[in-house]
Design a protein around this ligand. Structure first.
Ligand code: MSP
Length: 652
């Protein structure tokens, strides 16, 4: 492939950028940790890597979620972004750049790209009279809808749009794109997805709408502020922004094209496989080397796991379960979840996540095969060799053939996005090493005084563990590091490099340091009965989410009287309230009450104020707290005092 010929080319890996109306769950985590493993593997191969993830913020559904929360979209996005940053931190995602589409730099690139395509005639103005699915952020034609005006993807009701809009002339690129994809069998994978994209394009790409009426959130269309750029068009451009397109030509030349763009199968056909590639063609920019779409995590019932279906799997909660059941560290548990995701299902196919499956794999693969090999070998080195690896004499290298086979399989696996194959190969090697220990019985060699053979056997086993650690490091970085430490390699200042995946590279004199078992075994029976109990007693689960009285007392709730209420300009939902909270001067609070309550109804009410909430600016108005109302989606009833109480009185 073109980009691999030049040594100086940065290995550029992207994930989709995630909508901030949702919080990270297993789906997002899957894409992101897969990309992370690829990035780590490439770094171990000595390549300069740019691994990017981020957030997609200018969506209609973000505006709505923000309104429901009574916040300005930017303030809302700022809040949710932290949950992504936090999740990636905890899941050990080593991104090099986190992009937010609300960044100025990105908005400028979107603007420039749009202007360039307007100029070239690839974008033109017309009228859009059709449908739009807000949850999917997709324009749909009447004939694509399911009965009852439902979206064919998410089956929720679509909305009718009738407005002036800008269109991208995707139709002009149908044939060229078809030729490109047909001529490059490796550009879209797996094959099932490639075929899907091909048949979509064969029907002929239609010009797609790339703007929405400007409601104050998004990148304005250059020269026509009544419109903002369509969220997908805006979001796809992030891949250009981070590579330096129209910002830094030197960087762009080094980074472009992406070596690997990862995503789930739901966003390849319409978006990455056609719209994105057509956009690049229109811009005259080289196409990415590889678009790879993985499958979905589905529930036991076979539904896609998603927030809207209420069947979300939280990888962090799964890691916590492992900590609770096994007593391993949180970092090891995170690695175990990563291991499970990539070992359980062939990357590219659908799979169903099960906590029980995770616990069993933890025991069988991690505690038994890997942990056991380590825990039985290091004490032998301590006992028979004084804890120090010795340069082996003749007779060492007995596992070399198995090592070679596993390394070549691991390499192929990582290069082909087949992490399952990689891991299966490593586990075959671990099984071989365990068998080797059983057969060569170092304890017997010791008893028989066969010192040279003993040193050679132990060298081979420890060397194999070293190589296994290198091979699993992209998927399980913490575990690999811990093994590295226990083998005494960290103390010798040795970095993990893929080139060292060769038998015989274990340095003599490495001093092993046995630690606590990395994977304490789980009592599966006990775990099962606890899970069954939790299912029968949902209250028990709720108890876990409880807060202490101290935590509750951190929230400063006060009685406040509404002195005044005015609509916030430019919105139908927000009111700015002036409150007497007994502080000598009024407090200003912005609340999403306007659709259900008139200012007249509110003035004079005695409400409950969250008085120590950090101030935020909503639609340019500072909000110094929040008032309490019942209702999740929209405010149904205000929480008011049923007798006279002085403003400022504490609520407890
Ligand atoms: N914002 C767009 C992407 C724009 S990229 C220029 C988007 N965001 S998203 O927040 O919906 O995240 C989607 C990613 O998470 C996709 O790769 C999707 O396939 C993945 N998953 C979401 N749920 C999933 C599962 N249940 N299983 C596996 N991955 C799925 O789309």
């Amino acid at each position: 492939m073109a980009s691999e010929n030049s040594a100086a080319k940065t290995y550029y890996i992207t994930t989709p950028i995630y909508y901030v109306n949702d919080r990270p769950h297993i789906g997002h985590t899957y894409t992101t940790t897969a990309a992370d493993s690829m990035a780590r593997y490439q770094r171990m191969r000595g390549r300069d890597v740019l691994f990017v993830t981020g957030t997609d913020e200018h969506a209609q559904k973000v505006v709505r979620a923000a309104q429901a929360a009574g916040l300005d979209p930017k303030a809302f996005a700022d809040r949710v972004v932290t949950s992504y940053l936090d999740a990636w931190d905890r899941m050990k995602v080593s991104y090099d750049r986190f992009i937010r589409t609300s960044e100025e730099e990105h908005k400028q690139v979107v603007s420039r790209v749009f202007a360039q395509l307007l100029e070239s005639g690839d974008i033109y103005k017309d009228r859009y009279e059709d449908w739009y699915c807000v949850p999917c952020e997709t324009y749909l034609r009447e004939q694509e809808l399911l009965e009852g005006h439902l979206c064919p993807d998410c089956r929720r009701e679509v909305e009718r749009i009738s407005e002036e809009a800008y269109f991208f002339r995707a139709s002009a690129y149908s044939n060229e794109l078809l030729r490109e994809i047909e001529g490059a069998p490796e550009r879209i994978r797996p094959d099932s997805r490639r075929n899907e994209v091909l048949s979509f394009i064969r029907q002929g790409l239609r010009d797609t709408c790339v703007s929405r009426a400007n409601e104050g959130w998004g990148v304005p269309v250059p020269g026509d502020e009544e419109h903002v750029v369509y969220v997908w068009f805006d979001a796809l451009i992030n891949y250009l922004t981070v590579a330096g397109y129209s910002i830094d030509d030197g960087k762009f030349a080094r980074v472009w094209p992406p070596n690997l763009q990862l995503m789930g199968k739901d966003i390849i056909t319409r978006f990455h496989g056609s719209m994105w590639l057509a956009m690049l063609m229109a811009l005259g920019v080289e196409l990415p080397d590889l678009l790879f779409a993985h499958g979905w995590w589905v529930s036991a019932a076979g539904d896609k796991i998603s927030k809207s279906r209420g069947n979300v799997v939280d990888p962090w909660a799964e890691a916590e379960l492992l900590v609770e059941e096994s007593g391993c560290t949180t970092d090891v548990a995170v690695d175990a979840v990563r291991y499970y995701m990539f070992r359980e299902v062939t990357f590219g196919l659908d799979g169903s996540f099960s906590s029980e499956g995770l616990l069993s794999r933890f025991n069988a693969d991690l505690a038994n095969d890997l942990g056991n090999l380590l825990n039985r070998t290091l004490p032998l080195v301590e006992r028979y060799l004084d804890g120090r690896i010795e340069q082996p004499g003749p007779g060492a290298g007995e596992l070399e053939e198995q090592v070679l086979a596993a390394v070549s399989r691991a390499e192929q696996g990582y290069e082909r996005m087949d992490m399952r194959g990689t891991l299966a190969g490593v586990w075959e090697l671990l099984a071989a090493a365990n068998k080797f220990v059983d057969e060569r019985a170092p304890w017997d060699l010791y008893k028989q005084g066969k010192r040279v053979e003993l040193a050679a056997v132990l060298y081979d086993v420890v060397d194999t563990i070293r190589i296994a650690a290198l091979m699993i490091a992209p998927v399980m970085p913490t575990v690999a590091e811990e093994i590295w430490r226990q083998l005494g390699l960290e103390a010798m200042g040795l970095e993990m490099s893929w080139d060292d995946c060769q038998a015989g590279k274990l340095p003599a004199a490495a001093e092993v340091r046995r630690g606590r078992p990395i994977f304490p075994r789980i009592d599966l029976e006990r775990a099962r009965s606890r899970a069954a109990q939790a299912e029968q007693e949902p209250e028990a689960e709720e108890e876990e989410a409880m807060i202490t009285i101290d935590e509750f007392q951190k929230i400063d709730l006060r009685i406040a009287q509404v002195l005044d209420a005015d609509p916030v300009e430019g919105t139908d939902k927000l009111l700015v309230l002036s409150l007497d909270a007994g502080e000598g001067r009024p407090r200003q609070v912005v609340a999403g009450l306007a659709e259900e309550f008139s200012p007249r109804e509110l003035i004079g009410e005695t409400v409950v104020l969250v008085a120590n909430l950090e101030p935020v600016t909503i639609r340019g108005v500072e909000s110094q707290g929040m008032i309490l109302a019942a209702g999740e989606e929209k405010p149904l009833a205000l929480i008011v005092a049923d007798r006279d109480v002085e403003p400022g009185e504490k609520v407890r």
